[in-house]
Design a protein around this ligand. Sequence first.
Ligand code: PRP
Length: 182
Amino acid sequence: MDMNANIERVMLTSEQIAERVKGLAAQLDKLYEGRRPVVICILKGSVMFFADLIREMKTPMQIDFMAVSSYGKGSISSGKLQVKKDLTVNIGGKDVLIVEDIIDSGNTLYELKKMLNTRSPASVNIVTLLDKPERREVPMEPEYKGFVIEDEFVVGYGLDYAEDYRNLPYIGVLKRSVYEEK
Ligand code: PRP
């Protein structure tokens, strides 16, 4: 499969992403000055953004990983949020930064934030690379965001379609024919 051939147009180049990531890292360094947050990568989509963002940050931190899925996303759910992989770090009393690739309906982050708050962290902030506010179903406003985008099917830089395209270095709009022919 030729991944590039299935892209309608490039929405964000790797250079544009890198520049924005630097800007966000500087803002977050300021926010966490003198503190040592637990920075959480929400698998799998956030992996690229997370790796680039934390390398740009100068704040000392702990990192951890979580895999979650919100109800209605096709997986067996116990309650509204299915935790497929939980944290190993105890976040009690800690400053928590959740790193997401995209916020769509907002359900995942809404439920996740609620769940993490039951563990008594000192604070919880969310940084998302992409935000699709048009699709929102619940009130969820991330504290930090990279780009506000239109409701288009985007892939690359961690984002997938049926598990493909995550390793594209840029974010592109997938050709309609790719997902409509299936
Ligand atoms: C994506 C994304 C968020 C969620 C956003 O993950 O990383 O976690 O969906 O959607 P929502 O705002 O409508 O809840 P996905 O479940 O596709 O998993 P992945 O990161 O492993 O691809």
